[in-house]
Structure formats: structure tokens, C-alpha cells
Write a protein that binds this ligand. Structure first.
Ligand SMILES: NC(=O)c1ccc[n+]([C@@H]2O[C@H](COP(=O)([O-])OP(=O)(O)OC[C@H]3O[C@@H](n4cnc5c(N)ncnc54)[C@H](OP(=O)(O)O)[C@@H]3O)[C@@H](O)[C@H]2O)c1
Length: 361
């Protein structure tokens, strides 16, 4: 049977390590963080039951762990991160995978997969194209459910100068009249500003998250290793789509800002009776967009480096979305911190948003 492999890594070290090694998960976070560096790559699970709705073909896959935390990926010398990811890629080769997908920070470090792909004999994809396609679908769906017209919105992208951020800014510029581009480096943001303004969309840049107070819609795609979006940053009644892993939105937002609709971005429903064989923290039958891209390409027999590097192609984003529909992948239900978003939850958010307005007046 045709197989793929997908690399993940501990995003929240203690919790994620405990999912595979319960005893190791009891160690203090700093020990887990430091010690994981000396661990070899781990075969986490055998994935079965993914079946194309177009062809009936079934594929299998391997979920592999690269034992580096986000902090280590960004702070260790780049060569250390590359070596660990490539070592995990070699495990995929030995297992017979025809395509390798890079998850979370394994697709963020350095040149976003280019060097890793050059050092492996199987093709590699970051999955970012389908992640962006799903994020846009999720944003449109959430706006519809909140009765918000995107054509009246100010939208902010946190991490706008990054790989996902640039593509999301580009696509949102087609729908919203005003964009707030947020990141750490003004010069990088200005390059994106020039691009979106060339479509006639007004754009401002900001390096301070206080700029979020004007945003009706927030797409969080930053590579920050800790949550940076806090309750005090957000506008009343805003929709916040958090695609970042680890999440960019602070857990307090959910508790304190009941007037804000917080949704998990980039989650796909998979056709067939998928058994992931491991808890990745998502509802059954769903995976992150980047993993879904690897599955879609495998079902299509496209064993190629479909998405590599920091610059995404809008044409590829459209193409993978079409291939996804063909094989039966689609945007999952909307989830908020892993919980299904029900009409009652949305009604409560709307009610709180109106109450907050009343109190403010
Ligand atoms: N859900 C999914 O399926 C999925 C798939 C792929 C990736 N992801 C996640 O998406 C995120 C972005 O990935 P990427 O490849 O686009 O990363 P990237 O190319 O490295 O871009 C990261 C962006 O975040 C900004 N940033 C970093 N730290 C920040 C901070 N403290 N405050 C404000 N902005 C900050 C950077 O700004 P500067 O350039 O100014 O430093 C840059 O704009 C990551 O968390 C990744 O794990 C999720």
C-alpha cells in the first residue's frame, strides 16, 4: 500500500512527551526540554484508513516525532535542527514512505524545507498551501456564522511577514477593505504592505499587538513560542482564528473574553475511517492542514516537493484546495480549543459582544 510519513515534534513539551512516554512527561519542563535533544527520532504511530472518495484508493502513513521543542528549533544552531529533522526523514525513507510532510516548526525553521529536501531522497512538502486554503475557508465560515460582512471588516494578521502570513494577507486583501499587518520587523511588514496596497486594499503595519484593538477579524500565524495575544488586545466581538502551533492566543482569552469568537485554524476532515494511532489533540477524523496536504498528494500520486520555501504560490493554494475536494477532504467543523463550536456557543458570544457594547456606551 502506498505510504507517506509526517513529522511532528513536542509543541508543548511536557504534555506532548507524556502522550508517548507517560513517565518522562512527569519530569520538570526544563529537563524534558533539554533531554529531548539527546533522544533519537521516534516512530509514533501507523496511520490507516484514509480513503479517497474519488478513486476508493486507501493509503497508510507513519507519524514520526522529531525530538526538538519549538524553543530548541529556533534557538539551537540551525544545523542542529536540520540534522534532527533529516535524521527523522531517514527513518521515513527506511519505512518506505513516498512523500514526507513537515509539521509545526519542522516546516518553519531556516528555509522552510528546502535544505531538508536537498538532503533526503524522498520528496518533501511543508503543507503550508493547504493550511492557507483551510484558514481562508474557516475565516469565511466563522464570519458567516457571526453575521459579519468581510467587506465591512478590518482584519489583522499576526505574523504577516511570514510564510503563512504573507499568503493570508494576500488572499484577505481580496475580501476586506483594511488590513493591519503585525510582526516584529517593520521593514518585512512594509514589503507585504506594498503588495496588498497594489490591490487597492488599505494596509497599516504595526509591531505592537495593541493595534489589534481595531481588528474585527484576527488571523494568528506567528511563530512565537509563547502565547502573545492577550485578552486586553482584542476588539469587542472579534473573530480570532489561531493557526499557530504552539498557539499564539493566550488561554486566558477564552476565560475572560467571552465576547470574542476564538476558533482553531487550519483543521481538515479526512475521508475514510482514519485511525491516526496517536492523540494529536484534535477531534477524531481530523488533522492539521499541513498533514492533510501530505495525504492529498499521496492519494493523487503526486510524490513531489509541492510546497517548499517561505514564498507560497496562490496557484498552488488553489490547486491543493481542488485536489482536496476531489478526494473528499474538507474544512472540519469549526472548533474552539478542540471543542466543537455549536450554534449555542456562537449565540452566547454574540450576546456577550452586544452586552459589552451596552456597558461601554
Ligand atoms: N495549523 C497548521 O496546520 C499549521 C501549518 C503550518 C504552520 N503552522 C504554524 O503557523 C505558524 C507560522 O508558520 P510560518 O511558517 O508562516 O512561520 P514564519 O515564516 O517563520 O513566520 C513567522 C511570523 O511570525 C512573526 N513573529 C514571530 N514571533 C513574533 C512575535 N513575538 N510577535 C509578533 N510576530 C512574531 C514573524 O515576524 P518577523 O518576521 O518580524 O520576525 C513572522 O512574520 C507557526 O506557529 C507554525 O507552527 C500551523
Amino acid at each position: 500500500m502506498t505510504s507517506f510519513a509526517f513529522i511532528v515534534h513536542p509543541v508543548e513539551p511536557q504534555r506532548d512527551v507524556a502522550r508517548k512516554f507517560p513517565l518522562l512527561g512527569r519530569l520538570p519542563p526544563s529537563v524534558v526540554d533539554f533531554g529531548s535533544r539527546f533522544f533519537p527520532p521516534v516512530r509514533l504511530a501507523h496511520i490507516t484508513g484514509i480513503r479517497s472518495e474519488a478513486t476508493g484508493q486507501e493509503i497508510e502513513g507513519w507519524l514520526l516525532a522529531c525530538p526538538l521543542t519549538p524553543k530548541q528549533m529556533l534557538q539551537a544552531p540551525l544545523s542542529t535542527a536540520y540534522d534532527k529533522i533529516v535524521q527523522t526523514g531517514h527513518l521515513a525513507e527506511r519505512l518506505g514512505a513516498r512523500l514526507l510532510g513537515l509539521g509545526a516548526f519542522t516546516s518553519v525553521v531556516g528555509d522552510a524545507g528546502v535544505t531538508i529536501s536537498n538532503r533526503l531522497s524522498i520528496p518533501v512538502t511543508t503543507g503550508h498551501s493547504y493550511t492557507v486554503a483551510l484558514t481562508m475557508e474557516a475565516v469565511h465560515e466563522a464570519a458567516k456564522r457571526m453575521n459579519i460582512e468581510l467587506t465591512d471588516c478590518s482584519a489583522a494578521i499576526v505574523g504577516a511577514s511570514g510564510s503563512l502570513g504573507k499568503a493570508c494577507s494576500h488572499l484577505l486583501a481580496r475580501n476586506v477593505p483594511r488590513l493591519i499587518l503585525i510582526g516584529r520587523h517593520r521593514d518585512r511588514l512594509q514589503a507585504v504592505q506594498h503588495l496588498v496596497e497594489s490591490f487597492g486594499t488599505q494596509a497599516v503595519v504595526a509591531t505592537d499587538l495593541a493595534a489589534l484593538s481595531e481588528a474585527d477579524l484576527v488571523v494568528a500565524v506567528s511563530s512565537a513560542t509563547v502565547p502573545i495575544i492577550k485578552p486586553e488586545h482584542l476588539k469587542r466581538g472579534a473573530i480570532v482564528c489561531d493557526v499557530a502551533r504552539p498557539p499564539s492566543v493566550h488561554p486566558e482569552v477564552r476565560r475572560v473574553r467571552t465576547d470574542v469568537l476564538l476558533i482553531d485554524g487550519g483543521v481538515a476532515a479526512v475521508p475514510g475511517e482514519m485511525n491516526l494511532g496517536f492523540d494529536i489533540g484534535l477531534p477524531p477524523g481530523t488533522v492539521y492542514g499541513c498533514m492533510a496536504e501530505t495525504m492529498i498528494l499521496t492519494l493523487e500520486g503526486r510524490y513531489e516537493c509541492f510546497t517548499l520555501g517561505k514564498e507560497l504560490s496562490l496557484q498552488r493554494i488553489d490547486e491543493i484546495a481542488q485536489l482536496a475536494r476531489k478526494h473528499g477532504f474538507h474544512l472540519s467543523n469549526l472548533y474552539s480549543l478542540g471543542k466543537n463550536l455549536t450554534p449555542e456557543m456562537i449565540a452566547r458570544v454574540k450576546q456577550k459582544a452586544h452586552q459589552a457594547l451596552y456597558v461601554k456606551i
